[in-house]
Design a protein around this ligand. Structure first.
Ligand code: COA
Length: 280
């Protein structure tokens, strides 16, 4: 269980930090819609109510997830702050995760954000999370100061990610290594990693390769393909656990891709119809 065992009380402001539960869904959605109108620093906008349609189920799922945490800060029964951390689902990434945080504007600079991050870091160490990530606008000094105070370091700048009122905004990717991960010095030379590999044998293709959008009817071929490639490379987030999807589930995913114009899932097939490459 990812639950905070007991609430944390900020006596100075009569604020309590506790785990969010499914019953908080309605109040949390109202809170999110209010804070989005107060700040341009969030990735969602006030009219994006659809993204909160299943908030109760979302919170219920987090309650049972060992590497997720949902917190609320409450003052006299009203939500004044929130933090959500979600860890990866696959074995290779389940010890890292990303969080988002908000505090209601009239409560800024009173230590609530710091208290929420402190609870997250304490919980993460206990939950054996190796690394916490976040993305923040490069022009959000209050949030960046808060994260640096807890030891988060700048890892990368992602250029032109958000478009706000016609202007592109950059995001700073920050990270905090915990426990074992902090002692793992990065001595990996990516260039060397690539050249030290055994040079692949080039195989002359017998016939053309066709690249086309994948269809629900390709579901089994995709499952077989991924079962194969996870044994051939370590460079994917996906490990030897494989996709862990039934054919019907894969078919449903493929249908979603076809219906959503922002999504693309294509495959490369040999002239004999064998799937030999994908991009999504
Ligand atoms: C960012 C946010 C979560 C911080 O919460 P908060 O409760 O105000 O945070 P705290 O009061 O604990 O800490 C704020 C720190 O920033 C510092 N700060 C405030 N304005 C600052 C500025 N312009 N430059 C540098 N530091 C600043 C404060 O002094 C304080 O540091 P201190 O504890 O060392 O004194 C909150 O302001 C918020 O919800 N903002 C809008 C949404 C948002 O930006 N979310 C984060 C997206 S990544």
């Amino acid at each position: 269980m990812a639950f905070l065992e007991k609430p944390v009380v900020l006596h100075r402001h009569d604020v309590v930090i506790r785990s969010a539960v499914a019953d908080d869904a309605e109040a949390l959605v109202d809170y999110f819609l209010a804070v989005t109108a107060q700040s341009d620093n969030l990735t969602f906008e006030p009219d994006e109510t659809a993204m909160f349609a299943d908030e109760a189920m979302f919170l219920e799922n987090l309650e049972t997830s060992p590497n997720a945490l949902a917190l609320v800060a409450e003052h006299e029964g009203a939500i004044v702050g929130s933090l959500t951390f979600i860890g990866g689902t696959r074995p290779k990434v389940k010890r890292i995760g990303e969080f988002g945080i908000t505090v209601e504007r009239t409560w800024w600079d009173k230590g609530i954000g710091s208290a929420l991050v402190q609870v997250l870091v304490t919980w993460a160490e206990k939950a054996r999370i190796g690394k916490i990530h976040l993305q923040v606008r490069t022009d959000n000094p209050r949030a960046i100061a808060l994260y640096r105070k807890f030891g988060f370091v700048d890892e990368a700048v992602l250029r032109h990610v958000l478009r706000i009122r016609g202007d592109y905004v950059d995001l700073l990717w920050m990270g905090l290594a915990l426990g074992d991960a902090s002692s793992e010095e990065s001595d990996v030379s990516y260039a060397n990693a690539a050249v030290s590999e055994v040079a692949p044998q080039r195989i002359a293709l017998q016939g053309p390769i066709a690249i086309r959008e994948l269809q629900p009817g390709d579901a089994q071929a995709i499952l077989d393909y991924f079962d194969q490639i996870v044994t051939e490379t370590d460079y994917l987030q996906l490990g030897t656990e494989g996709l862990q999807l039934s054919r019907t589930e894969e078919q449903a995913i493929l249908s979603q891709y076809l219906q959503d114009e922002r999504k693309l899932y294509i495959g490369a097939f040999t002239h004999e119809g064998t799937l030999v490459g994908t991009l999504s």
